[in-house]
Design a protein around this ligand. Sequence first.
Ligand SMILES: [Zn+2]
Length: 345
Amino acid sequence: MTVMDYELMARLSEADGVSSQEGEVAGIMVAEFKKRGLKTEVDNFGNVLAYKTLGRNPLILAAHMDEIGLMVKHIDEKGFLRFIKIGGIDDRTLANQQIILRTPLGLVNGVIGMKPPHIMKDEERKSVVGHGSLFIDIGAGSDKEARLMGAEIGCVATFPTKFCRLGKKMMCGKALDNRIGCYVLLELSKGLPDNVVLMGTSQEEVSTFGKGAMTASYRLEPRAFIAVDTSVAGDHPELKPDDAPLALGKGPCIALVEAGARGNVADRKLAQNLLRLAKKAKVKVQIEVFDGGATDASSVHNIKGGIPSIAVGIATRYIHSTVGVAHEDDIRMSIKLLGEIAREL
Ligand SMILES: [Zn+2]
C-alpha cells in the first residue's frame, strides 16, 4: 500500500476553501493532477475534473473541496464584524477561536469575541452562546479602519488550525472533511483507467445535498458515481457504538443509507461490488447506515433518470470542527479499494 504523503495532506488541510470559494484547493488539485499526468479542467461551477481520457458515461469518483466557514454580514461603527455560518457549524465550536479573514487586500487575522463568563448571568453561563451573539474582532478601531484593512461585507473567514500528526498513525487538522477525500483522489491518479473522472466538487457543505456534484454529473451522465468523503466516527468516550458504530483504523465505510434514506440509498450492485472487491483485496470495511448527514452521492443518484451512486467514507472524529482526527490506515485502504473498483467498473 502507498506511503502516506503527510506534506501533501497538510497542504490540503491548511488551504482555504469556504464553499463557493474553493480556488486555493482547486489550484492544488489541478497542479497535483497535472503532475501525475492527467488532463484537467475546471467547469463553470468551480468543479475540478481530471482524467486520462474522457468518453461517454464515465465513472465518476468525487470528493468535495469546500469546507465550512464564516461570512461577514455587517461591520459596526466600532469595527467589529457580525457573520453568518457557511455550512453546518455547531455554535459551541466558535467562541474565542482565531480566524483568518480573506479580504481583497489579503489575509487579515481576527478572533471571535464574546461576553466573558465573569459578566454572564447564571442562565447565560449554562446555555450555548449562539453565533448571532458572537462577533469577529480584527483589531480595528472603527468601521473606516476595518474597511481600510480590507474587511467588506461578503468576506469569508476560516480557521488557521495547523495540521499535525497524532500518535503514530493519526492526524488532526481543519477541513479533514473533506480534504481527506481530495487526497484519496490524487492518490488514485496513478494508473487511472480510461473514462474515469476524478472530480473535486464545489459547494457540498451548503445545501441539503451537494451542488457542484449535481451540476457536473448532469452534464457528464456518469454510468456510476462514487462519493469519497468522511464519516462520523463514534469511537470516543462520549459516544456509544449504537450512536455511531464507526471507528478509526477499521477500514473504509461503505454508506448504504445517507440522511436517514432521505438522501442516497446506495445502489445495491455497487455496494455488492465494493464488498466483493474489498474481500478480494483484503481490505477491511465498515458498513454505514447514517441518519444524520449526506454526501455528494445524495445529490447525484436521482438526476438524469437515476445514476447508480454510493459513498465511501473515511471515519473521522470531531467532524465539522477545526480539529478533525483521522487514521492513515483508513485512507490507504480506501485508496486500495477505490483503485480496484475504478479498474473494474
Ligand atoms: Zn463532507
